[in-house]
Write a protein that binds this ligand. Structure first.
Ligand code: SF4
Length: 420
């Protein structure tokens, strides 16, 4: 475990030796993300005198916030040849906006420290390229010291019970023991995750605290191998599959500022509603959601693609999804400040839903490429989209998402869609 002091709260870099990272300059994040700016970022950009030198605005205001300007293709205005950032090339890493420096690290404070997890929207994180995460400790500490709002944050166990500083770790450790058990197939571990999420969603933790919570988690995890076969999964119902497709839609949807401006608010909202409805119905062509995502493929073709478990790349997919799930849980991104302030129990359900969305989106991506089973590249593309939205897109942390999860608690819904 790497612990370094960040401002007034200790900082802990994700302690997962299986995960590595180093920037390989692909520039994907600079084409994909819309970067919001802080006052300090704006001051740096002014001092660098870009607007005078380039003759174009390098920032833009949208709905009361300021962002880096984007080109017509949606890429950052500073993205240069070969994926190089012009600010970085001319002034160095520390002169870039803080969000650009920080990516793919994501800070998630809890009661006693801030965790630095990683985003799987980053191609190097996905591909596990680069040095050990601990080698970035000094850089992450420097960046964390610039985050003014970094302060201890409370985590809830359920919606009514505030966790002690140790309790979320007890849950994470027990869950991680199950997720990393390589003797069990990925499909079984995902089923166990959904089963645990469903069991805990009905629990009230007011009287199950500290050592009793540890005992409960250990008992539940130890019971999984015997318990799961006693509760066979029914095929997902039409309504459950519709809910899954709608959840997947909201992980793909993320229009650029330029598109929203061109369309205007009313057309943008109406367009989103119509696309969402087509995903729910699941008939005809999948609406175009960006390169590789629908537009020239039918929902029926997605249904015809086999599950990720039957992929020729099953071993690589198992390694990737296991690493992602573990990094999410141990890196503080499954609940609390790392996930919209949601409780541990709600965050666990959301993690299971995210895993189901990765599996469905991988099949959509495979269908678009004419494959009969998802490849590792399809799963990487799907995971990148899902993790990009997770904890960041406001609509994933919304009431509508909580309602989807409430519905999926009925009739083993989470387990059914994870197997669908
Ligand atoms: S400022 Fe540089 S690092 Fe940040 S998005 Fe633009 S090109 Fe990428």
């Amino acid at each position: 475990m790497t612990v370094v002091a960040a401002r007034s709260i200790p900082l802990e870099i994700l302690a997962l030796p299986a995960q590595r990272y180093g920037c390989h300059g692909c520039g994907d994040c600079c084409r994909d993300f819309t970067v919001q700016l802080r006052e300090a970022d704006l001051a740096k950009l002014r001092a660098q005198r870009w607007e005078e030198r380039l003759g174009v605005p390098v920032t833009t205001e949208f709905r009361g916030r300021r962002f880096l300007a984007q080109r017509v293709d949606g890429a950052c205005v500073f993205l240069g040849e070969g994926g190089r950032c012009r600010i970085h090339a001319e002034f160095g890493l520390e002169e870039k906006p803080l969000a650009c420096q920080m990516f793919p690290f994501v800070l998630a404070p809890d009661a006693r420290r801030a965790r630095a997890g990683v985003s799987f929207a980053c191609a190097s994180v996905l591909a596990n390229k680069g040095p050990a995460l601990a080698s970035h400790a000094a850089d992450v500490r420097r960046m964390a010291a610039m985050v003014d709002e970094l302060a201890p944050a409370r985590t809830m166990l359920d919606d009514a019970t505030e966790a002690s500083s140790e309790e979320p770790d007890l849950v994470a450790e027990a869950l991680d023991r199950w997720l990393r058990d390589a003797s069990r197939p990925l499909a079984e571990r995902l089923d166990g995750l959904a089963w645990l999420a469903q069991q805990l969603s009905g629990a009230r933790f007011a009287k199950v605290r500290g050592p009793r919570l540890r005992e409960l988690m250990d008992t539940l995890v130890d019971a999984l191998p015997d318990e799961l076969p006693l509760h066979p999964i029914e095929p997902a119902s039409r309504a459950q599959r519709a809910t899954l497709r709608q959840a997947a839609f909201f992980r793909l949807e993320d229009p650029k500022i330029g598109d929203l401006r061109r369309q205007g608010r009313v057309r943008a909202v109406l367009g989103q509603y119509l696309r969402s409805r087509r995903f729910s119905r699941g008939r005809g062509a999948v609406p175009a959601m960006g390169a590789g995502w629908g537009g020239a493929v039918a929902f029926a073709a997605v249904d015809a693609v086999g599950p990720v478990d039957g992929s020729p790349d099953a071993a690589a997919i198992d390694e990737l999804l296991t690493r992602w799930l573990r990094a999410t849980v141990l890196g503080g991104r499954a609940w609390g400040s790392g996930f919209y302030g949601w409780s541990v129990t709600a965050g666990l359900q959301a993690l299971a839903l995210n895993a189901a969305c990765v599996r469905w989106l991988a099949r959509l991506h495979a269908a678009g490429a004419g494959r009969r089973a998802p490849s590792i590249d399809d799963v990487r593309a799907a995971l990148s989209r899902v993790d990009r939205a997770s904890g960041r897109a406001p609509w994933i942390g919304s009431r509508a998402e909580r309602m989807r999860l409430s519905y999926l608690r009925i009739d083993d819904g989470l387990r059914c869609i994870l197997r669908a």
